[in-house]
Design a protein around this ligand. Structure first.
Ligand SMILES: NC(=O)c1ccc[n+]([C@@H]2O[C@H](COP(=O)([O-])OP(=O)(O)OC[C@H]3O[C@@H](n4cnc5c(N)ncnc54)[C@H](OP(=O)(O)O)[C@@H]3O)[C@@H](O)[C@H]2O)c1
Length: 277
């Protein structure tokens, strides 16, 4: 791994005020990068920046709602204009979506696609021309384990994350000879506030962080190690989730059974109004 991969580099991280985005931002700063913390709330992003004040003027802020194309474009182009370049874009902002299919409205589908998929399209659409012009750059999109293995009761979320994984992998090959790199992070359960939020303010089952969730700080360190190795699909934590993914792709009876059992358990939990983990 290149230990200088992030030193002095200009990075934008969306959803930087919370969870994985905050942890990745802090880890980038520890590794010497200049980090634009991007978020939709001035108050939240300033609070995150204040916690990182030890890193001085390498901590910068950007206000952008990732569902608004003009705001994403302005934030990314403004950063490149201010600094003269853009080395990394982490399209991390996102929302969860574990919900029984019958209870999801079309508005739920639209909202999750806006936040998890259009945001990434807007980011990539703006950043690629900048990176092509400078002949280098690395775009890191956040997918999910639900973008490579389909968890029952996550059809809305999984739709968006399979889209992010597919797009990122296509672009990785398409731009390989142009000096651009693409990675897609596929986290399993990472301990962040995402588990406490529900869908559009509505709770399905008991909202709580799973007991076995992986710490966000460790996830961030693993992610940046793998990104520096130019890995495409980055599964975090790597095991047992890589085995799960491979077993699903191979259609192994064990993994089929795991998914069927998960569906059974989650349906029962939802019917009782309890937890689905
Ligand atoms: N934690 C996990 O187990 C897990 C697993 C797989 C994938 N992921 C993915 O990892 C990414 C980060 O999630 P997390 O777990 O760190 O959750 P989190 O702590 O809830 O962070 C989500 C971030 O996205 C931001 N965001 C949401 N909607 C936005 C919008 N319209 N414009 C700008 N920012 C917006 C949030 O900002 P506000 O605070 O303003 O809402 C927050 O900063 C997501 O893409 C998620 O799908 C997480």
């Amino acid at each position: 791994m290149d230990s200088e991969y992030y030193t002095g580099k200009i990075c934008i991280v969306t959803g930087a005020n919370s969870g994985i985005g905050y942890a990745v931002s802090e880890e980038l700063l520890k590794r010497g990068a200049i980090v634009y913390l991007a978020g939709r709330s001035r108050e939240k992003i300033d609070a995150a920046a204040a916690q990182l004040q030890a890193y001085g003027d390498r901590v910068r802020t950007l206000i952008m709602d990732v569902t608004k194309q003009e705001e994403v474009q302005k934030g990314i182009e403004g950063t490149a204009a201010e600094t003269g370049r853009l080395d990394f874009l982490f399209n991390n902002a996102g929302v969860g979506g574990t919900i029984p299919f019958e209870r999801a409205t079309l508005e739920d589908w639209r909202q999750i696609i806006d936040v998890n998929l259009w945001s990434v399209i807007y980011g990539v659409h703006t950043a690629v021309p900048i990176m092509l012009a400078q002949g280098s750059g690395h775009i890191v999109n956040t997918g999910s384990i639900a973008g490579i293995v389909p968890p029952p009761f996550q059809a809305l979320y999984s739709l968006t994350k399979y889209g992010v994984v597919g797009m990122t992998e296509c672009l990785k090959y398409e731009f390989a000879e142009k000096g651009l790199h693409f990675s897609v992070i596929c986290p399993a359960n990472i301990a962040t506030p995402i588990f406490n939020k529900g869908i559009d303010g509505r709770a399905y089952g008991e909202l709580r962080i799973p007991e076995d969730a992986y710490p966000a700080e460790k996830a961030a360190s693993d992610i940046l190690d793998r990104v520096a190795e130019h890995k495409g699909i980055i599964v975090v934590p790597e095991e047992p989730n890589t085995r799960l993914w491979q077993g699903y792709v191979m259609g192994t009876p064990e993994i089929e059974e795991v998914l069927r059992q998960m569906a059974h358990d989650r349906r029962e939990a939802f019917e009782k109004g309890g937890t689905y983990f």
